[in-house]
Structures are given as structure tokens and as C-alpha cells.
Ligand binder design. Structure first.
Ligand code: ZN
Length: 312
């Protein structure tokens, strides 16, 4: 049996927060249903940010509720603060991903508070969940944005990222994700920082959230795999961006990431050809957006099944 690797589709969240088209609730759900049929099981379905900040997510509660009815998937939602978490708890999603920034300046632009204040907020979120009797029912993960550098602040000290990861785990995070929000990371940095953070998180799984802004996204996945990471966020067609990170482009592409992981011998559960068909349909819903990704353009190689079989 091949070792499993997990791709969380963040297209319906990160992927569409910057696009011009506001997708209907039904389209967002259809997207997830179709990807689920292609074997994708984990989704970041939406974001509980105020609709005046990101209008795309005005229907976050409806999307989250709808995602709960899709058989066989594990929907998560993103929350930037306690208020967002309360809305997510009200809906009853099984997984909530909180995000803060290791870069003080990025955190200030994003949520108008210091990173330490955001860590405090995370503690309040955990307390709120437990007070509602949802411990053991709702998993709470924490993502550290700009872990590899920031467009506003520039360098982000690695020591600070390790410290934040450790504080989040101490506060009760059940997954920690290191995010290269603006695509500054390189493979050497990825290996070094994930290895350092691994030492402080104990049994709490680490995940990677990469953007392919400068073409190193897939190389960075390989580097993370090398140091034991098996959970990756990716976005269909490499859609994505960050409203507060000027110049940021898309997430790593789901099809290419699945192709890489499968080629390395991992079982992602994803049927890449079916995934490409979903992408072609989603492309018709988002006119004028740039769709990235190499496998969708070139198709799978004829040797694909042989190499994955040999790797297994
Ligand atoms: Zn992102």
C-alpha cells in the first residue's frame, strides 16, 4: 500500500477571494461536489471574514452549511478572528482554520492587530469552542501566514515563526500550517523551517500552504515532502491571491501537486483526469481569470501509471 498524502482544495476560499466574478452559492457547492467526485476529500470551503472586506464570502454560512451535505468530504472554513469562529461554530463545521501572520506588518494590514494579540484571540477561540461543548467535535487548526517572508515587512525571522508555532500548539492548535503567502520561499528555506517547527509541535501535524508566485511552488512541495510533510493546500488551476499582499499570485496548482505527489509514489486518492475536467468547467464560470498549471495544459504522460506503480 502506498503512503497517503493529503491535498486540501482551497480554491473555494483562497482561489476566489480576488477574482472579479462573485460565484453563486450553488456554483461554489457544485465545484466542491465535482472535485469530491474526482477524489478530493479535504476542502477549505469558505472564509468567515466580513462581507465588506471580501464580498465573495457574503454567503459563507450558506456555503459551509451546503458543504456539510456533500458526502465523504471534510470541509474546513477559514476564520480570521473570534467573531468568525463564532459564526463557524454556529454552522457546525467540523474543522476551523484560524490564520494569523508571522509578519507584524502583514498582520496589522490583515486584521489590524499585533501577532501577539492574534495569538491571544486564538486562545479565546479555543476557549469558546470548549465552552460550547464542542471539544472533540470541532478540530481547530492554525495557519501562520508570511512564514517565509512578507511583501510589506520583508524578512520574517525564522525564530519568530518557530515561537509562534509553539505558542499555537500550547494554546490547543490541532494542526499547524506554515504559509508562504506571497511566494517568497525556496526549497532550502522550506526544509530548514519545517524541520525546526517539527521539533516544537510534538504530535500535532504540520501542513504546507504555498503560493507559486515565483515558480518555486512545486519545488517547495518536494522540499516539504523530504522533511516529512504530507498535508498540502492547493487550488484548482492555481487560482488565488491575498488582498493584502501586493503582487501575490495563485496557490500551487491542485492538478500539478497531485501529479507530483502521485509520481513520488504517494496515494492522494485523486483522479487527475477527472480533476482536469472539473477545472475546464470552473474556467467557464470565471471569465477573464488566469488559469495556471502545467498538467492540465500538457496532459498526463503515457508513462504516468507505470511510474506511480513502480514507485508503489
Ligand atoms: Zn494563501
Amino acid at each position: 500500500m502506498r503512503e497517503k498524502a493529503f491535498i486540501r482544495e482551497v480554491g473555494p476560499r483562497d482561489g476566489i477571494q480576488m477574482v472579479k466574478t462573485i460565484l453563486s452559492t450553488e456554483r461554489k457547492l457544485e465545484w466542491m461536489r465535482k472535485e469530491a467526485a474526482a477524489g478530493v476529500k479535504r476542502f477549505e470551503a469558505t472564509s468567515f471574514v466580513p462581507a465588506k472586506v471580501v464580498p465573495q464570502f457574503h454567503d459563507a454560512a450558506e456555503v459551509a452549511q451546503g458543504a456539510l451535505t456533500i458526502p465523504g468530504i471534510e470541509p474546513a472554513v477559514l476564520v480570521p478572528n473570534l467573531k468568525g469562529a463564532q459564526r463557524a461554530f454556529d454552522v457546525g463545521v467540523p474543522k476551523v482554520n484560524y490564520v494569523l501572520s508571522a509578519s507584524e506588518m502583514h498582520n496589522q494590514s490583515n486584521v489590524r492587530r499585533s501577532t501577539d494579540e492574534s495569538i491571544e484571540d486564538f486562545r479565546r477561540i479555543i476557549a469558546e469552542r470548549d465552552a460550547r461543548g464542542l471539544k472533540g467535535k470541532v478540530e481547530i487548526g492554525a495557519g501562520i501566514a508570511t512564514s517565509f517572508g512578507c511583501t510589506i515587512q520583508g524578512p520574517v525571522p525564522e525564530k519568530r515563526v518557530v515561537e509562534i508555532a509553539s505558542l499555537l500548539v500550547e494554546a490547543g492548535a490541532q494542526e499547524v500550517s506554515l504559509a508562504d503567502t506571497v511566494g517568497y520561499g525556496n526549497p532550502a528555506q522550506i526544509r530548514r523551517l519545517f524541520a525546526a517547527v517539527t521539533k516544537v509541535v510534538g504530535n500535532v501535524p504540520l501542513a504546507a500552504h504555498f503560493h507559486d508566485t515565483r515558480g518555486l511552488g512545486i519545488a517547495n512541495v518536494t522540499a516539504a515532502v523530504d522533511v516529512g510533510i504530507r498535508r498540502f493546500d492547493a487550488s484548482l488551476a492555481g487560482l488565488g491571491g491575498c488582498p493584502f499582499a501586493p503582487g501575490a499570485t495563485g496557490n500551487i496548482d491542485t492538478e500539478d501537486t497531485a501529479f507530483l505527489l502521485e509520481s513520488l509514489g504517494f496515494d492522494t486518492g485523486i483522479d487527475i483526469e477527472k480533476l482536469i475536467a472539473v477545472r475546464q468547467e470552473v474556467e467557464t464560470w470565471l471569465p477573464g481569470e488566469r488559469f495556471f498549471g502545467m498538467v492540465a495544459r500538457a496532459g498526463l504522460p503515457k508513462t504516468y501509471r507505470d511510474t506511480t506503480a513502480a514507485a508503489a
